[in-house]
Design a binder for this molecule. Sequence first.
Ligand SMILES: [Zn+2]
Length: 330
Amino acid sequence: MRLPSSFLGSIAALFVLAGGGAIRAQQTIETLRVQHNVYAIFGAGGNVTVQIGDEGVLMVDSGLAASAPALLAEIRQLSPRPIRFLINTHLHPDHVGGNVAFSQAPAEPRPDFAPLAGAAGAADPLQPLNIIAHERVLSRMTAALPPLTAGQTGGAERLRGMPIDEYFMPTKDMHFNGEAVVLYHEPNAHTDGDTVVLFRGSDVVSAGDLFTPDAYPFIDIANGGTIQGEIAALNHVLQLTVPGHTQEGGTYVIPGHGRICDEADVVEFRDMIVIVRDRVQDMIKKKMTLDQIKAARPTRDYDPQYVTASSFVKADQFVEAVYRGLNDKK
Ligand SMILES: [Zn+2]
C-alpha cells in the first residue's frame, strides 16, 4: 500500500470496528442522472458526484479505495474523456479512498507540463488529475502520513492521492464543461474541512456527509466537527437551493450517503437536528448530566426514521455529539 492508503486504511479499519454501516465496499454500483450534466454514483462508499462534458470529467469524492476500479468503469460508461478534477468534500476514507487509484488512472499528456530541469523525460507525476479540497483536509491527511523511511525522498510519490489544489478562502470557483462550479467551505460541520459544491448551471448541490437524509449526522468532533457548524452548513445549503413550483424538484441535493434529495428533504433534516439540539440544550439548562440526557432519549421520536441496525451513528452517539458541542461552546 502506498502511504496515503495506509492512513486511509487505518481510518477505514476504525470505521469497520465501530460497526460502520456507512462503509459498504461490496455494494452494487448504480448511477443516476440527477439533472443536466450531473450524475450521482451510489455504492462505491460515499456517494460520488460526476459532472461530464466536452472538457472532461469532474468528480466530487472518490469512494472507498476498494471500489475504485468499479467506480472508474462506471464513470467510463458516462464519458471517455479525461478525469480532470476531483473535489474531496472531506477527509473520510469512504470519500477520498479512491484518490490514489484515480490519480494513477491513464492520462492524456498535458500540454502545459514541463519537467523540471534535471528531470528530463519525467512524466508529470500528478497528471491529469487535479485534486481539490479545503486546506484542513490536506493538513489533516499529511499530518497522518507516517514518517519517511530510509531511502524515501518524499515528493510526488509520497503525496500521490493527496489534494494538490487546496483552498483556504470561504469559497473557490471554477468554470468547467460550460458551467460555473462553486465550492463553499462549511466550517466545523461534519469535520472542519467540509466542502459543499454547487453546480450552478445544472442546479445541483453535492453536499457531502453534512447531509445524510436517512441517518443522524456524524459530527466528527475529533476532526473539528460541531453541532453549531452542522446547522449553519445546512442553513447555507438551503440558501443555495430553490424548490420547484410545486415544492418538489428544483435544485437537487446529492447527500454524502443516501438518495437524491431536494430542498424539502434538507429542511426536514435541518429541522430534526435543530429540535434535538434544543431538547438537549433544555436538559443541560436543567443541569442534567450526559448520562441522564441519554437516558431521557431526546431523539426517541426520530429514531425509527434515522436509525437502523446498520446505522453508523446511533442515537446515543448523536446525542453525545450535540451535548459536547453545546458544552464546549460555554
Ligand atoms: Zn464523512
